[in-house]
Design a protein around this ligand. Sequence first.
Ligand SMILES: Cc1cc2nc3c(=O)[nH]c(=O)nc-3n(C[C@H](O)[C@H](O)[C@H](O)COP(=O)(O)OP(=O)(O)OC[C@H]3O[C@@H](n4cnc5c(N)ncnc54)[C@H](O)[C@@H]3O)c2cc1C
Length: 390
Amino acid sequence: MNDTWYDDTLINKFEQKEHLANNQKCAVLIVGGGLAGLCLLYKLKKNNVDAVLIEENHIGSGASGRNGGFCLSGWAQDYDVLLKYLSEEEVLTLEQIAASGVEWMKKKCLSEGYEHTNLQSGVLKCFLTKNIEKVKKDVIAQNKLFNQNEKFINKEKLSKYVCSSRYTCGVLRQDSFQFHPLNFMHALAKDCSNLGASIFENSKFISYQIDGGRINSRVFNGNEMVKVQSEKIVFATGGYGGKEIKDLKNYWLPIKTFIGVTKPLGNELHSVLKKPLGFSDNRRAGNYYRVLPGNRLSWGRGISAVGKFTSLSLKRAISKEINYFFPELRNVEIDYVWFGNMAYASHYMPYVGSIKIGNEEKNVFTLMGFGGHGMNTAPGSAMVLADFIL
Ligand SMILES: Cc1cc2nc3c(=O)[nH]c(=O)nc-3n(C[C@H](O)[C@H](O)[C@H](O)COP(=O)(O)OP(=O)(O)OC[C@H]3O[C@@H](n4cnc5c(N)ncnc54)[C@H](O)[C@@H]3O)c2cc1C
């Protein structure tokens, strides 16, 4: 059995065509084959920019191919917090970027080559709060501000969607969706490859130097150290970048979050989760869960910056959590368990744009820090950065 359920159900795998040779030259070198890096590559290649992507492991082996598979608008930081620091106009622009990411992903999922992404519409956020009036008020305010169509659902109606005595109300977002993120990543890599993009897996960025306006990077291609020369470099290394990204490392904390997938369950699964939606709850490190093909329940939960975890302890913790919300499922057994790293900055927002490290430069960019909300914000931000670079 593979690491994740996604690995075991990967269809249409991207195959790298060539190996990274010494003295590769390009206009833009993208470091990191997650959703951020790949979306940037896609947009740059669409515009005939000579961009090359290197990935330390495999396409989607970071957070992008092992996440909960929920795609919905918004950012890791809440809008009511952003409104304390930014004007309403700026927040509206941010929401447009976040929503454009959802639209872009949805369009892709529904296009040729992406058949195995299994898009299912609708995400229902369930609340454990007693302050139901506030939830209702927030929905009205948010719908008005962003011209959205989120639907408040009271406790009685909620039981038509999900049966748990823990929840007091819900908010349904019909324009959001769930999908198979690893199949998406491989379809997107193929798309980029069809546009003539070079993607090199097993190629770890080690360091770079700026020499006469050119950026000389050292990359380990699995066998030897090779040189890549580029005009620009973009770090899209998510929560996986180490000391090789120099001082940049100090701006993010890698935070782990965990997913378990149950053994196939019987019909009792559909008596508690009555609609084929994605479900989440309103705690900061809340649960996010959905039914996968084969009647398995995928359950994401928790965050941690420290500590070691055994499969057994994670399986027990996830089974216990499922039991807390759905005792009818009776201590389900977990078949798969895994975790992934997310990059969080102290303000919970990403860094997107050119950066200065020490006295250096305007041709070094970052595209990272998407936290637990990257499936829309990474593509939305990649498109903005691509436009800037273009
Ligand atoms: C378990 C889990 C569940 C989540 N659930 C959701 C969800 O349901 N919805 C949602 O919107 N978001 C979710 N997220 C967050 C989302 O997955 C991330 O925000 C998003 O994938 C970040 O994309 P990225 O491209 O920035 O990073 P990543 O996908 O992590 O990609 C970074 C890549 O850079 C590579 N790399 C790092 N250093 C180097 C180097 N030196 N050289 C070459 N390559 C390098 C890594 O190997 C990695 O593949 C979840 C995250 C996790 C971990």
